[in-house]
Design a binder for this molecule. Structure first.
Ligand code: CO
Ligand code: CO
Ligand code: CO
Length: 321
C-alpha cells in the first residue's frame, strides 16, 4: 500500500496524492476511487536523431514510458512542441505524425497540445494513464532477495552523441533508433501480472543513476554484474572513441559516490553505465517467487529481458564481474 504524501503547499495534505514530489518517482499518481488512480507525467527534449518522424516517435515512446514504469496503462496525451521559425513547415508535421502514430500503437489518443516558437526544436507528450491504486509500481518497492532485470540494452546516449558529431555509422544509428522507438508496454504488463513492486525506467540519469535512486528510495543495496549488462555493439565502439554526452559526466559526478566497482573495468566501460539513455528500458525488481513465470511470459510475448543483478540488504550499488 502506498502511503499518502504531503503536497508542495506546506501544512496542506492531499490524501489522494499517492505519489508526488515528496517521493519523486517516474510519474505522479492521484487516487480517484478504490479501483482507479490517475498516472500523470510529461517529458520533452531536443532532437536525438536527424529524421523528424523518428524523433517524434522516440519522444512519444519516452513520454509514455513513465506511465509504464508505474505499472500504469496510458490512454490520453497532449503534444508539447517548440519549433524554430526557420524550419521547413513540413518538419513540425512529421514530428507530430511520428508521435501520434507511436501513441496510437500504445492505444493512446493525442487529443491536442500546445506549440511555441523556440530556438531549438523540443517535443514530447503530457500523458495520462490509469493504475490500480494498490498496484502502482514505484522506485521504492525493491526488496532484498529480488532479482534485477533490464528490458533494453544500454549505449543509446553515446551513439546519438556520436551521430551529433557526424561520427556515427548510419546502420548503428538505425539499430539504436529501433530500440528507442520500442514501447515499454509489454514489459510493464509482465511486471504487473507477476506482482512486481519495484521498477523505474532508464533515461537521462543512466542505469547507475536510476538504480541509485531505486536503492535509496527502497532502502536496499543493489549488486550488478557487468558481464550480464546488455550494451548495443556500437555502444562499446563509440564509448571507446569517447563520444559520451555531457550528461554522462554529470551522472558520474552526482551518482558515482553511491557506486563501488569491485571489478577491474576500463574507464569507457564504467562510463557506459553512466551514459544517459533516451527511451531506455525498464529496470525491474522481480520477487524470487515470480521469476520463473516472468521469464516464461517474456519469452512467450517476445519481450527481451536480461537478468543483471540482485537486491540485497544495505545501501548503494556494487558492480561486480
Ligand atoms: Co522515468
Ligand atoms: Co521521465
Ligand atoms: Co495553448
Amino acid at each position: 500500500m502506498l502511503r499518502p504524501v504531503k503536497g508542495v503547499f506546506s501544512g496542506l495534505e492531499f490524501p489522494d496524492l499517492l505519489v508526488g514530489l515528496n517521493d519523486p518517482d517516474d510519474a505522479a499518481v492521484w487516487r480517484l476511487d478504490e479501483a482507479r488512480a490517475l498516472v500523470v507525467t510529461t517529458d520533452f527534449f531536443t532532437p536525438v536523431v536527424d529524421d523528424p518522424y523518428d524523433y517524434g516517435a522516440i519522444a512519444a515512446a519516452n513520454s509514455l514510458s513513465d506511465v509504464y514504469a508505474m505499472g500504469g496503462k496510458p490512454f490520453l496525451a497532449l503534444n508539447v512542441l517548440g519549433l524554430p521559425e526557420s524550419l521547413a513547415a513540413d518538419v513540425g508535421g512529421q514530428i507530430l505524425l511520428g508521435g501520434a502514430e507511436k501513441a496510437k500503437e500504445a492505444g493512446v489518443v493525442v487529443a491536442g497540445g500546445h506549440s511555441i516558437q523556440d530556438e531549438e526544436p523540443k517535443y514530447g507528450l503530457i500523458v495520462l494513464g490509469f493504475v490500480h491504486p494498490e498496484k502502482a509500481i514505484t522506485k521504492t518497492g525493491a526488496k532484498p532477495g529480488d532479482r534485477l532485470f533490464l528490458t533494453k540494452p544500454l549505449g543509446f546516449g553515446v551513439t546519438t552523441s556520436a551521430l551529433k558529431k557526424e561520427k556515427a555509422d548510419p546502420a548503428d544509428v538505425q539499430e539504436v533508433i529501433g530500440w528507442m522507438k520500442q514501447l515499454n508496454d509489454k514489459s510493464a504488463d509482465l511486471a504487473v501480472s507477476i506482482g512486481v513492486r519495484g521498477c523505474t525506467d532508464i533515461t537521462g540519469f543512466s542505469l547507475l543513476g536510476h538504480a541509485a535512486e531505486m536503492a535509496e528510495g527502497s532502502g536496499v543495496g543493489l549488486r550488478l554484474h557487468f558481464s550480464q549488462i546488455p550494451v548495443v555493439d556500437c555502444g562499446y565502439k563509440y564509448a571507446q572513441e569517447w563520444h559520451f554526452p555531457g550528461g554522462a559526466f554529470n551522472n558520474r559526478l552526482y551518482f558515482g559516490k553511491q557506486v563501488s566497482f569491485n571489478v577491474d573495468l576500463d574507464e569507457y566501460k564504467q562510463m557506459l553505465l553512466f551514459d544517459p539513455q533516451t527511451s531506455g528500458g525498464l529496470l525491474l525488481s522481480v520477487p524470487p517467487g515470480g521469476i520463473e513465470k516472468f521469464v516464461s511470459l517474456a519469452k512467450k510475448v517476445d519481450q527481451p529481458i536480461w537478468e543483471i543483478g540482485e537486491v540485497v540488504e544495505g545501501h548503494g550499488i556494487v558492480v561486480l564481474d
